[in-house]
Each structure stands twice: as structure tokens, then as C-alpha cells.
Write a protein that binds this ligand. Structure first.
Ligand code: WTA
Length: 653
């Protein structure tokens, strides 16, 4: 953590604070006493939060941590997650409330009420049952932001099948890896998706991914673009043909609180993505509670919009499970933020009177780049809470967000959490906290986090180190799909003596004890809020026939947080390392993993800096990539290597 990017240095000198208005505080869902209440009896606190949900059978024990790090929350309780997100609102008389204002990229729209959503989810559940999908089966979903994506997830939850949503931008190779790992029985996709005004194919990629995939029995295809698609008779089914004719009644079954809900793959420090496993009762409790307190959401009053994609955990917890369990009315937008123009988000906020908006720093920085005058053209006065997630937000972007989007009036909540944590862990409370630009500040009531040094001792105020979670929380991951050992090793071995969960993030306390996140401390990069492992990109590079060796680093980037920079050694001198070869490699990575993993820059080098034991010193490569003075080279096997590499850079090679 000695190497800090300018944005992070900036963080360390930021000292402005913003108090919530009196009016906001008075009406806020969470009051200041919530912290003490949670501290005085954590389990009683969480039991009270679990009462937000409908349980068919009440739990007998709040937490069983006897087999740590494998937690059980609300032991013995039974509930149906989909019933909690949909049916109970209809039963309570809110069937006509709009659940989803869906906006298609080309401008088509659909408003879906809770009554309609319930019917759709029941039909889809019946459709899956008709294909022989039962509880514990896995269903892979690769869909863009269409209502069917949400319906499909809820239909799985309803029948106790696990969904594994795969981001629409992932390559066939990446999809196949995930389908195989989870042994998915059914895959749900679409014919194509609208991206930047064009219809891009989806089904064709899925077909490529699934060639020879043994576990897959059926592929369900949502019609969206109307494009011609390849078809495998006996395997492929149109969503509308399969689902529309199903009965709109389905009796939800109550599943155990620890019944698995979903798997979501995320990058780790090795090349193989980890299937993060979440279960039902604890997950839904925390997703629901955090959405209620961190965004101050008021059902029937607010219009909420989380701009994430359901391919990421933010889409799972803050589009599907948290918001719907809280009877949200929300916007779901299919497309890109600059199609057909750069004011698209502001236009949507104006049209639907969005009051809570949750997005990522990378997008905020992009909006800044596009210009202040764009949001200024729209009426954004409906907004009352702004949220940020996915990466550290630099104070400049935070202040711009509050000023230009929130009219200098709205609280901004910077929410820290991970795929593994399932729900928000560290965040201001919008009616309580005097917010600080760039700081996620305090663990939410009920959550405990600490910044510790190498030895696992908490650092004093003003000190920096590693972020750990020192107490179990309801929405914590229950493991890595099929690999308990990796679960223990990845998260629980670093501070095994203390029993801390190691998040992989660096953090510091300021003098008030507020937490500032400083980015990953492992080999995971964060590009536009997407987690990508350096090893994954390195493996993709060396799978190309011209590459002998590759080393990848995340270099700080003013817009995307980090950018991927690769150093490659090509095979033999016969291979030309010119522009064309580099382009080919960038495309190769996009094809292997997905466009989000395309390196920003590839540098062809003749050597890589290695220690005597052969370990690549990424720290030094980061210095080169960020154009900094090169750090300590004394542990290199050959210290002249860095001179060679830097000389190569300067000559523009
Ligand atoms: C980073 C996304 C700073 C962090 C919900 C974490 C953040 C990783 C923040 C998880 C934030 C997320 N401030 N860093 N507010 N939110 N991160 O699993 O490095 O896609 O470990 O979950 O994103 O990314 P994931």
C-alpha cells in the first residue's frame, strides 16, 4: 500500500463533511440509535430485521456458527424467497402498484405491476417444472436487462432451483466454464440484445458455448431483437411458446432458511472463477434491511433505480431481492447510458421521477467527462438519495455527483460490499451520517468490520491496513460451489488465528475512525467496477499461439478506476510485435473472457521482471504502466530487466 494513485492520495487529504437536512433526518427509516440497538444484542437485532419477511415456519435459532466459517442463519426457519418478493405484496393489496418501469434501449417501454409480475413468475416457474427442473437444480441465465431476466431469477427461487446468472458480455468460453462448473440443466438466454443502437447476437454465442455441454438439457430463448437464430431441435424452446401458455397459479413451497438460492461467479486470484454460493433466509433479510436503511426507501412513495446489470451481484441484491422484497417501484433500463444521447439517464430520471439512484463511480466519472451541461438540461429535482458502489469513489467524483446530480442537497451513500458479502456492509446512513466525500465510513448497524495490520491487530485511528469482517453476517457467502477448501483458504486462512474474514481490500481509518477503502491488495483488478483477475487475463494471453509469457497489472485509470495493462513476451523473434499483433491479442482476450477484460494496453517486451524464485514482480510493472519512478529492484534476479522494459516503453515499442 505504499504505492498510491493520485486519486487515493487525494482521499487522504479530504476533510469536508455534509450533514443530512433536518427534514430528511426526521423522516428517515434509520435513526441514530440503530447502532446502539444493534450493538447491545446483535442476534436480537437481526431477528428483528428478519421479521421484515414472511416466514412459513419461524426459526428456532438466529445464528449457528458452530461449524465456522460455514454459517447457518435463522436455523429451522422456512420461507419462499419469490413469495416474499412478489406474492405477499399482491396479497396485501398492492397488486396494481408498478414493480418495474422497464425502458428498452430503442425507446420501447413496459410497466409491470406486482400482480402481473406474480403471474409471470408463476408461469415461468410452471414452465421450468414442466421441463423437469426441481429444487437444487441449476439454471444458467445469460440475458440482458429485460424483465424476463428478473422473472427467470424469481421463478428459480420459487421452485428452489439455483440460478447462476452470467453477465451478457461474457464470452462463450466464460459461459461454458460457468455452465460446466455448476452443471446447469437449463440455460436461459435471448436471441440478441440492443447495444448502442445495434442488435447484437446472443443466442449464437450461447450455442457456441454449449457445444457438447453435457449437463444442458434445454435452452430457453427470449425473443427480443427478432434476429434469426441458430436452432437445435429438441433442445431449444422459445420463452413465449413455453411460458405464455402456462397457468398463472403456482403454490410456492417453503424452503429451509439455508436452502441454496443462487451461485454467482466472480474472479479470484487464480484463473478459475469462484462460484459464490448464497442461501435464502439470511441473504434476503440483509438485502431487504440494507436496501431499507441505506437508501431510505419508502414503498409506494419512492421510484428507485439501480443502474447495475443483473449479471453482477449488485443486480441480484439491489434490483431483484432487496428492492422487490421491500415493494419497490423501480426503473430497469436495458441499454447503454449514451444511447441515443448522453443525457439518457437524466431523461429517464425526469420522466419517471426517480428519487433514489444507485450507480458506480466509473459511470459518474464518465458523466463528468461528458460535461456538466448535460444533466443540467433535465429536471432532477425528484432525486433525494444517491448511491455509489463497486470501487473507491474519488472525492472529486463524489462532490460532482452531489452537486450536479443531487443539486447539492441529496445525501450520497458510498456503499462497500462484495459478491461474497451478499449485501451492503459499510455505508453511511443517509439520515444520520455526516457524509465525507470518498469514505464509506462505518459498518451498518448489525455489521462489524475492522482495519488490521499484518498480524491481525486493529490499527489505531489514522492508520491503514487490511479490511476484515470480524463477525458473521446474515447474507455472507456459504461457500464456493463445489470447493469448500478453496472457500476456507481464500477468505479465512489469512487471519485464521483471529477468525476474521479477509476481504482482499486495503483500507484506512481517519482520525474519527471512519473507514476509507483503498482498493484491492491482491491480484484482482477493478475495471469499471468489474472484478477481473490478473491471472485470468494472463492465461487468456498465453493461450494465444504467439505468446510465450505474459504479466498483467491493473494501472490506475482516471475513468475506469483501473485499466488492464499487459506485458507479453512473444514466441521467437520471427513474430512481429507490431500494432496488428497487439490488436490481435487484445481481441483474443476479449474472445476468451469478454470485452470487459480487453487490455487497455499491451506492451511487447523481451523480459519480465522476476524474483530469484521466478515470481513476477507486478509492483514494478505497475510503476511502468503508471509511468512512475521504478521502485526497489534489489530482489530481482536480473535488475537490468527494468531498464530494458522502460527503455522499450520510452521508444514507444
Ligand atoms: C470493490 C460489488 C471501494 C472492493 C458490490 C470489493 C469498493 C470489490 C466499493 C467487490 C466501495 C465495492 N468502495 N471499493 N464502495 N464497493 N468495492 O464482488 O474492492 O463485484 O472487494 O461486488 O469491489 O466487487 P464485487
Amino acid at each position: 500500500m505504499t504505492e498510491q494513485s493520485p486519486a487515493l492520495q487525494n482521499l487522504l487529504t479530504e476533510n469536508r463533511t455534509f450533514q443530512p437536512s433536518e427534514e430528511f433526518t426526521q423522516r428517515a427509516n434509520a435513526k441514530a440509535d440503530l447502532y446502539d440497538k444493534a450493538d447491545s444484542d446483535r442476534e436480537a437485532f437481526w431477528a428483528e430485521q428478519a421479521e421484515r419477511l414472511h416466514w412459513d415456519t419461524k426459526w428456532s435459532q438466529v445464528l449457528d456458527w458452530s461449524e465456522a466459517p460455514f454459517a447457518k442463519w435463522f436455523v429451522g426457519g422456512k420461507l419462499n424467497v419469490a413469495y416474499n418478493c412478489v406474492d405477499r405484496h399482491v396479497e396485501a393489496g398492492y397488486g396494481d402498484q408498478v414493480a418495474i418501469h422497464w425502458v428498452g434501449e430503442p425507446g420501447d417501454t413496459r410497466d409491470i405491476t406486482y400482480a402481473q409480475l406474480k403471474d409471470e413468475v408463476c408461469r415461468a416457474a410452471n414452465a421450468l417444472l414442466s421441463l423437469g427442473v426441481t429444487a437444487h437444480d441449476r439454471v444458467a441465465i445469460q440475458l440482458q436487462m429485460v424483465p424476463e431476466a428478473i422473472v427467470a431469477m424469481l421463478a428459480c427461487a420459487r421452485i428452489g432451483a439455483l440460478h447462476s446468472v452470467v453477465f451478457g458480455g461474457f464470452s462463450p468460453t466464460a459461459l461454458r466454464q460457468r455452465v460446466d462448473d455448476a452443471e446447469a440443466k437449463v440455460v436461459i438466454t435471448s436471441d440478441g440484445q440492443y447495444r448502442r443502437g445495434k442488435a447484437a447476437p446472443m443466442k449464437a454465442n450461447v450455442d457456441e458455448a454449449l457445444a457438447g455441454a453435457e449437463s444442458v438439457e434445454k435452452v430457453i430463448v427470449v425473443r427480443r431483437t427478432g434476429a434469426e437464430v441458430p436452432w437445435t431441435d429438441g433442445r431449444d424452446l422459445w420463452w413465449h411458446e413455453l411460458v405464455d401458455g402456462q397457468p398463472a397459479e403456482h403454490q410456492p413451497e417453503a424452503f429451509d432458511s439455508e436452502h441454496p438460492l443462487y451461485i454467482l461467479y466472480t474472479s479470484g486470484t487464480t484463473g478459475k472463477p469462484k462460484g459464490i454460493l448464497h442461501t435464502s433466509g439470511g441473504y434476503l433479510t440483509q438485502a431487504s434491511y440494507t436496501h431499507h436503511v441505506a437508501f431510505d426507501h419508502k414503498p409506494g412513495e419512492d421510484v428507485y433505480w439501480c443502474t447495475a446489470d443483473i449479471g453482477w451481484v449488485t443486480g441480484h441484491s439491489y434490483i431483484v431481492y432487496g428492492p422487490l422484497s421491500n415493494r419497490v417501484t423501480q426503473v430497469v433500463y436495458e441499454g447503454t447510458p449514451n444511447t441515443p444521447h448522453e443525457g439518457r439517464h437524466w431523461e429517464i430520471i425526469q420522466n419517471y421521477k426517480v428519487s433514489i439512484y444507485y450507480t458506480a463511480p466509473t459511470l459518474i466519472r464518465t458523466f463528468m467527462k461528458w460535461g456538466d451541461e448535460i444533466p443540467a438540461k433535465y429536471d432532477l429535482s425528484s432525486l433525494r438519495v444517491l448511491g455509489s458502489v463497486g470501487e473507491p469513489i474519488n472525492p472529486e467524483a463524489w462532490v460532482w455527483y452531489r452537486e450536479h446530480i443531487g443539486a447539492g442537497r441529496t445525501p450520497v451513500v458510498d456503499t462497500w460490499w462484495q459478491t461474497e458479502t451478499g449485501a451492503i456492509m459499510i455505508s453511511p446512513l443517509p439520515g444520520v451520517t455526516a457524509t465525507k466525500p470518498g469514505s464509506a465510513q462505518r459498518p451498518l448497524p448489525g455489521i462489524s468490520a475492522k482495519v488490521v495490520n499484518d498480524a491481525g491487530t486493529e490499527v489505531p485511528h489514522g492508520g491503514g491496513g487490511y479490511l476484515v469482517l470480524d463477525k458473521p453476517w446474515p447474507s455472507m457467502l456459504r461457500g464456493i460451489w463445489g470447493d469448500n477448501e478453496r472457500y476456507q483458504e481464500t477468505y479465512w486462512s489469512r487471519f485464521a488465528a483471529q477468525g476474521f474474514y479477509f476481504a482482499g481490500d486495503g483500507a484506512k481509518y481517519d482520525d474519527d475512525g471512519d473507514i476509507w477503502l483503498l482498493g484491492r491488495v491482491d491480484d484482482v483488478m477493478n475495471v469499471s467496477g468489474h472484478r477481473i483477475s490478473t491471472t485470468e487475463v494472463e492465461s487468456a494471453l498465453v493461450s494465444h499461439p504467439t505468446v510465450a509469457e505474459a504479466a498483467v497489472v491493473g494501472a490506475s485509470d482516471p475513468t475506469t478506476g483501473q485499466g488492464i495493462v499487459a506485458f507479453v513476451i512473444l514466441r521467437g523473434s520471427a513474430v512481429d510485435g507490431g500494432e496488428e499483433a497487439v490488436q490481435e491479442l487484445r481481441n483474443h482476450v476479449a474472445k476468451e473472457i469478454g470485452p470487459i477484460a480487453k487490455p487497455r494496453q499491451i506492451m511487447v517486451v523481451s523480459e519480465l521482471p522476476k524474483t530469484r524464485s521466478g515470481k513476477i514482480m507486478r509492483r514494478l510493472l505497475r510503476d511502468v504502466a503508471e509511468d512512475r519512478q521504478i521502485g526497489d529492484v534489489t530482489t530481482l534476479a536480473d535488475s537490468s530487466v527494468m531498464d530494458l522494459i522502460s527503455a522499450g516503453m520510452k521508444s514507444g515499442k
